[in-house]
Each structure stands twice: as C-alpha cells, then as structure tokens.
Design a protein around this ligand. Structure first.
Ligand SMILES: C[S@@+](CC[C@H](N)C(=O)[O-])C[C@H]1O[C@@H](n2cnc3c(N)ncnc32)[C@H](O)[C@@H]1O
Length: 244
C-alpha cells in the first residue's frame, strides 16, 4: 500500500495530473502489468492524457483558483473551444426536451458554455475526475448563483441521481479504452435514471489531422439495450440523441 501511495504521489507531482482523483490513479496502476516504477508512471500519465484530463493548458492549473470568469474562458478547454460553433444548436435541442435537471458525466466546462449561451438549467450535477476543473466550475456556479453540484468522482463508481437529460460528451471513447464494456454498464445505469441521454464522439483525432471511424460498437450497445436513438453530425462531433 505504501508503495502504491508513493507511486500515486509521483504521478501527481506534475500538472495536469496534480488534481486527478487519487482513487482513479490507483485503479489505473492496478491495470498496468509492468513492475518498473518509472514505466508505470509513464503509462498512467499517458492513460490520463488519453481520457483527456489534459484538455486544458498547464497555465490553467497554476491559476484556476483565482482566474476570473468571462466568455473567453470557454476557449481554454479544448472540447469546449471545438464545440463553440455548434453549442447554440446543441442547446436548442436540449431546450426542446424541456430539461430541468441535467446530469453531466465528465463535465469539463459544459456548465460555463450553457451559461454563456444563455441556458441556465434549474438543476445541474456534473462529475469529473479533474478536481481543478471541479473546483473551478463550482466557484463559477456559486458566483453566478446557479443551482449546481460538482463532484470530483469517477463516473464508473458513482451512483447517479435521476435527471431529465444526461450529457456524456466525448467521454465514452476514453473510458472504454481503459475498461472494456464499461459504456454498456453506464448506459444500463442511466436507463433507470434519465429520460434522454446525449452522447457525443469526436470525428477528428487528437492532433486534428486524421478522421475517426464511426462508433459502430456504440450503436450495437444502444441496440442491445433496446434504446431509441438517432445521430447527427454537428461540427467535428457526432451526437447521439437517445430516448429511454
Ligand atoms: C474530452 S473531455 C470532455 C469534457 C466535456 N464533456 C466536453 O465535452 O466538453 C473528457 C472529460 O471527461 C473526464 N473523465 C474521463 N473519464 C472520467 C471518469 N471515469 N469519471 C469522471 N470523469 C471522467 C475528464 O477528466 C475530462 O474532463
């Protein structure tokens, strides 16, 4: 156990890994076969980058506790920035579902985007592994008096509360990479808690050059679970609108 503690501390020595949920790092470390500590640290960090905890520049981690809020902040987070041209359309669709309660898995800066695109949910719950993001968005919610709860939790281990809509934007690719069939388990849990799920996947690779394949595996799971769904490409993302 003390070896594990040491390893986790070493992984967390550098940004952007400093604020990641420790239990999650522990979980990753168990999945890695190597006995060489340096190698383990490298692989854990690479996995953390894969799940996009590094969607923010290092400078964010140095000043997030004091950073002032403005619309410009939306450009700091890679996913939020890439989605700027289509947020309005996405929010119009969310409004059509008359959603009051929103659950957001791997939330990133979504609450800020909703706010700056003039949609303030009646109640919002967001989970993310990155505690810097969680603290930052919590401070935003409290400053803007938004009824929101943000928690630094692994969505694979969280009991969700009921909601009208669950957002799962750009999260499934990465978590599936780490633990096979986990997407299905999450969708099964959501089936009992939400009326609508909106999931999305990027159509371009991290470097922005290559085009990514369609997620046939995801569509198979939706069909196995007998969910009604349709998909739409908006900007560089494919969105799945799933009705329970
Ligand atoms: C690509 S970013 C997308 C952020 C946001 N959903 C968006 O689309 O703008 C993926 C986010 O999911 C979070 N994440 C990944 N795996 C997670 C897990 N198991 N539990 C909670 N959050 C997770 C990461 O920390 C990161 O903020």
């Amino acid at each position: 156990m003390s070896n594990d503690k040491n390893l986790i501390e070493k992984v967390m020595e550098k940004s952007p890994y400093k604020f990641i949920n420790q239990e999650f790092i522990q979980k990753l470390s168990v999945l890695i076969k190597s006995d060489i500590e340096e190698e383990k640290i490298k692989i854990i960090r690479a996995n953390l980058r894969k799940i996009s905890t590094s969607a923010l520049p290092i400078k964010f981690y140095k000043k997030f506790e004091k950073l002032e809020f403005s619309e410009e902040i939306l450009k700091l987070h890679r996913s939020t920035r890439e989605r700027l041209p289509v947020y309005q359309e996405l929010i119009d669709k969310i409004k059509e579902f008359n959603a009051q309660k929103i659950l957001d898995l791997g939330c990133g800066f979504n609450l800020l985007a909703l706010y700056y695109f003039k949609f303030i949910p009646k109640y919002y719950t967001g989970y993310d592994l990155d505690n810097a993001v969680v603290q930052f968005v919590s401070r935003f919610a409290s400053e803007k008096k938004i009824n929101a709860k943000l928690e630094c939790k692994d969505i694979l281990k969280t009991e969700f509360e009921p909601a009208d809509i669950c957002l799962c934007l750009k999260v499934f690719d990465a978590i599936e990479d780490i633990e096979r069939d986990i997407t299905k388990k999450i969708l099964e849990k959501l089936k009992a808690k939400c009326k609508i799920i909106i999931a999305s996947f990027s159509n371009i690779s991290l470097g922005g050059r290559g085009k990514l394949k369609e997620r046939i595996w995801f569509e198979k799971i939706l069909n196995q679970l007998e969910l009604r769904w349709h998909k739409e490409a908006l900007g560089n993302e494919t969105f799945y609108f799933i009705k329970i």
